[in-house]
Write a protein that binds this ligand. Structure first.
Ligand code: GDP
Ligand code: NAG
Ligand code: MG
Length: 384
């Protein structure tokens, strides 16, 4: 009797799954986008915006791969979202699935090749339309999933700020999910830097086990037991170019993270953008003196880690200085996230990632050259 029941049950489950062509299609629709601007830090800012936007429109967000550039390679590389981050914690906030899942299960049903319209604010490129695949990383991104577009849709003057102007309603009125099940954006439906209302969404962004394990392993095996200070030195040649804009840009790139979105905490200075060696050493020592039990400093950098200078400056305090080798930006960030204190570059979106992650966990962060302290400089010199 029991055996028969189990048999019937098993049969009906199998039947139901195949009859419903087995996947759930969200009646509220989907949002797809290419994180086509900037490197990891920029893409992470945009991701939080796209997440907030999808929640506002109540559409499922398709988690795009991260776009990476390898030196000397003409085409970008697409790294699946879940290589670096867990998908499950995001679901506590909103409905999401990976691009790979979307293309395999959902696209064949509601986004067949004849239905693929690219969304952009206004005309892009020479030949009219969105030209969603023109250039790098645009072409390589969609090629990774064998996507070609059959048309373009200009959504201007709608925009992404769903926290004001009843913007979600306007989107859903113009593009009801029944007629437009998929909105595929040429670029991220988000602002840079991240809109203030979306900053806290970072708490749903959690490192994948593989990244987390690498960071933990480094801390356990390389760093001495005890506390450590993590610092980010953004000092490659591209950064020198960025900082040339300081005089004309009082709130350049991620600078609102320390200066405030309306510069309510100050104006950008060159020392904030590219702190001098003197500033770095002085500030680092000051932070360490204010803490208990610091045994080491972990340095993350895109270029010059300054291990010698820092090592010499901290010798008498018996503090060792370390970096990750070979370099790995995601593991660097995951380690910085675990530090007892973090000093970042206020202008850098790479630093901003760690600042948000630490804010979510209540951990302290400060920034190079901020706030500007003319008097403190003198006092510190006397102390040393
Ligand atoms: N490994 C490593 N790479 C870094 C570091 N800082 C910057 N980079 C690299 O330089 C890129 C900087 O671009 P982005 O992330 O957009 O940040 P931003 O330009 O500083 O705002 C990062 O994505 C990394 O690839 C670092 O501390 N460690
Ligand atoms: C949002 O979408 C979900 C899932 O389809 C649905 O259950 C819910 O009622 C929607 N919420 C609003 C406010 O429309
Ligand atoms: Mg950048």
């Amino acid at each position: 009797m029991a055996a028969i029941l189990i048999y019937i049950l098993g049969f009906s489950i199998t039947f139901c799954l195949s009859a419903a062509s087995n996947v759930y299609i969200d009646p509220e629709g989907y949002i797809l986008y290419c994180p086509c601007m900037g490197r990891f830090g920029n893409q992470a800012d945009h991701f939080l915006g796209a997440l907030g936007f999808s929640k506002g429109l109540n559409r499922t967000l398709v988690l795009p791969p991260w776009i990476e550039y390898r030196y000397g390679e003409p085409r970008s590389i697409q790294v699946p979202f879940d290589t670096y981050f867990k998908v499950e914690p995001l679901k506590e906030y909103h409905r999401v699935l990976t691009m790979e899942e979307f293309m395999k299960d959902i696209a064949p049903q509601i986004w067949t090749p004849d239905k693929r319209i690219a969304f952009c604010y206004t005309m892009r490129g020479e030949s009219g339309g969105c030209n969603a695949k023109e250039g790098n990383p645009f072409g390589p991104f969609w090629d990774t999933y064998d996507v070609d577009f059959v048309g373009s849709e200009f959504y201007g003057p709608l925009h992404y700020d769903t926290y004001h102007h009843d913007m979600s309603t306007k989107w859903n009125e113009k593009y009801p999910p029944s007629e437009w099940p998929v909105l595929a954006f040429t670029g991220a439906p988000a602002s840079f830097p991240v809109q203030i209302e979306n900053r806290d969404l970072h708490k749903y962004l959690q490192w994948s086990s593989s990244i987390q394990d690498k960071a933990r392993n480094f801390i356990k095996t390389v760093l001495p037991r005890g506390g450590f200070v993590g610092i980010h030195l953004r000092n490659g040649i591209d950064w020198v170019q960025v900082c040339k804009h300081v005089p004309q840009s009082p709130n350049l790139f991620s600078a609102p993270q320390c200066l405030g979105y309306r510069n309510e905490h100050g104006t950008l200075t060159n020392e904030i953008c590219q702190p001098s060696t003197e500033t770095i050493l002085r500030q680092l020592k000051r932070v360490i003196r204010g803490m208990d039990d610091v045994k080491s400093v972990f340095v993350a950098s895109d270029s010059n880690h300054m291990l010698k200078e820092i090592g010499n400056a901290l010798k008498r305090m018996e503090i060792s200085v370390h970096r990750l080798e070979p370099s790995d930006p995601h593991v660097d960030l995951a380690i910085l996230g675990q530090a007892n204190h973090f000093i970042g570059n206020c202008v850098s979106s790479f630093s901003a990632f760690t600042k948000r992650e630490r804010d979510a966990r209540g951990l302290p962060t400060s920034f190079w050259g901020f706030p500007a302290e003319k008097a403190a400089v003198k006092n510190d010199r006397d102390e040393l």
